[in-house]
Structures are given as structure tokens and as C-alpha cells.
Design a protein around this ligand. Sequence first.
Ligand SMILES: NC(=O)c1ccc[n+]([C@@H]2O[C@H](COP(=O)([O-])OP(=O)(O)OC[C@H]3O[C@@H](n4cnc5c(N)ncnc54)[C@H](O)[C@@H]3O)[C@@H](O)[C@H]2O)c1
Length: 317
Amino acid sequence: MNDITIGIIGVGNVGSTLAFNLAISGLCNTILLKDIREDFTKAMALDISQAAKASNNNTKVKACFSKDEFKNCKIIIITAGIARKPNMSREDLLLTNTKIVKNIFDEVQEQNKDAIFIIVSNPLDTMVYAALEKSKLSRNRVFGMAGALDTSRFKHYIEEKLTINYKNIDALVIGSHSNKMVPLINHVKIDDKLLIDILNKEDINYILENTQNGGAKIVELLKTGSAYFAPAHCCFLMCKAIITDSKDVFSCSVKLLGEYNYNDLPLGVPCILGKNGIEEVLELELSKEELDELKNSMSVIENSINLLKGVKNETNI
Ligand SMILES: NC(=O)c1ccc[n+]([C@@H]2O[C@H](COP(=O)([O-])OP(=O)(O)OC[C@H]3O[C@@H](n4cnc5c(N)ncnc54)[C@H](O)[C@@H]3O)[C@@H](O)[C@H]2O)c1
């Protein structure tokens, strides 16, 4: 068992499911939970601690309500905020969640000087931008989880259309966490075969459309919120890569510094994760068509950030 504390802020569907994943894995020995719903958070801490005990591991889960309790975290995952309901876009969450995310840094940054922050709250890429702006931390320590989830949805819909036996799907989604995300369809490999050589155009279009609208489909069915098992598990895997210094590659929303010809803006691209958070941002060789799609995808983030900047001038968010 590692002597490591992981903090989760926002103990709703994603946050509590992540805490459960962490507690039963034994990846860390302390999980700190923080949410505005006090009794609910205390209940989650008890229930999840007891789940850890059922697997005979010593992970302690604590509900924290003061600055002094929520401290010394190696990783902090921010899932606080409101989630989408049917007919809401991720952008509809913009102003509320920006205020929440920025306040959180006021509350926890001082007591967690070495923490790596993984942002989950939506609209994801803009929340990464707001968190970086507020915290003034470097990009390796403040980044977002979304590409890992979008990639798992991509793989889900690819598998639906496969009729052959295979061992591995190698696939990646980059771009903004929006319906203009960029599933890199021409790069997908099923073992050593290119997917585009296996499936017809209709199947390919089905995969692309469903991947890009994968979150909305779950929102529509749930009616009261958005997906949480896959998002929480992707966060867990990213925490694991950091704690174990695995150097595994995840698509993360990270501030670009010249990569893909963008500067000072966050975008989902493949990154190596290790003990310092993002160890390296990988630059893929993309076709002209893919770069155009990425530009289109980035326009969602630029519009959202511009909207935020406009409101900020008026209201001091
Ligand atoms: N990045 C992704 O891929 C991805 C995937 C799923 C969900 N999300 C986003 O993650 C966020 C959480 O989703 P969810 O389904 O867990 O929602 P949820 O409503 O179940 O949980 C949100 C929690 O945040 C808490 N909260 C609100 N304000 C807070 C504050 N100031 N401090 C601490 N806690 C606060 C609420 O009390 C609630 O428990 C949403 O914004 C959602 O859109 C992102």
C-alpha cells in the first residue's frame, strides 16, 4: 500500500464512483472527499470505507469540511459542479462551473502545494483553461480527463461493428470534449489491420456519429444527469498511471505550447502520464483533413473561452 493521499472534490455520481474505484484498488491509503452536501459526503465516506474493508485493504476515506482537513494530496480530481440534463450542451454549464472550479482553487491550493489537478467538470476544456488561469500552475499539473472517455466510447462503437475475432483495438480520440471531437478513424488498428480496410462507409459513419454523441445518448436515457461509470474509471486509470509512474499514454486536455500549431489553449491530445503528471505531450502526424477537423474542434473551445472572457469583463468571475 502506497502512503499516498488522493482528494476528490465533488462527490456526486462521478466523484463517488471514482472514490469507490480507488478504495477497492488499494492504490492509495487515504481518500479525502469534499462536497457542499455534508451529510451525503459523510455517508459516501462511510460506505466507501466499508467497501475497502470488505476487500481487506486499509484505505481510509474521510469527508472534509475545513481547509485544514483537505491537505497533502498527491492528486486532486475536480468533479464539482452541475452535470448536463437532456437538451443541455456542455456549454450550458459554463458560468456556474467556472465559478465553482475557481473557488475550489482558493479553498484547497495552499494546503496542497504539490498536488496534480485532474479536471473533470464540464465544459471540460474551458474548465482546464479556467483552472490554469486561476492556479498559475504549469500544464503538467493541471489538465483534464475527457479524451480517455471519448476513446473508450470510440472503442465501444468500433467493437459493435466488428464481426472478426481480434485481440486489440488501437484507437484514439483527440480534440475538444464536444460533438466536434476528432475520432482518428484512419489510424484505428484492429490487431495489425486498419479498420478502414475492414468496415464499409456506413459502419464507419455509424461509429463516428455515435462516438461524437456518446455522452448525449446516456444523458437522454438517464434524464437526470450524465454518464459516470466510464468517466470515473478513466479518472482512476489516469491516477494509477501517475501513482505508478507508468508512462502510459492517455488523451488529455492539456494547454498546448506550440504543438499542433496552437499556443496557450487547452486541447485533447495524447500525453504520457507519470509521477509528474503530464510527462510529455505527443505530436501525431496528421493529414490535412485531420488538421482541419482539429481546427473545427478547437473552435468550440475558443468560442467558449471567448464567452467566458466577455462575461468576466462584465462580472468579475
Ligand atoms: N470530462 C468528462 O469526460 C466528464 C464526464 C462526466 C461528467 N463530467 C462532468 O463532471 C461534473 C460532475 O458530474 P456528476 O455526474 O458527478 O454530477 P453530480 O451532480 O452527480 O455531482 C456533482 C457534485 O458536485 C457537488 N458540488 C457542487 N458545487 C460544489 C462546490 N462548490 N464544492 C464541492 N462540491 C460541489 C454537488 O453537490 C454534487 O455532489 C459535471 O460538470 C459533468 O458535466 C465530465
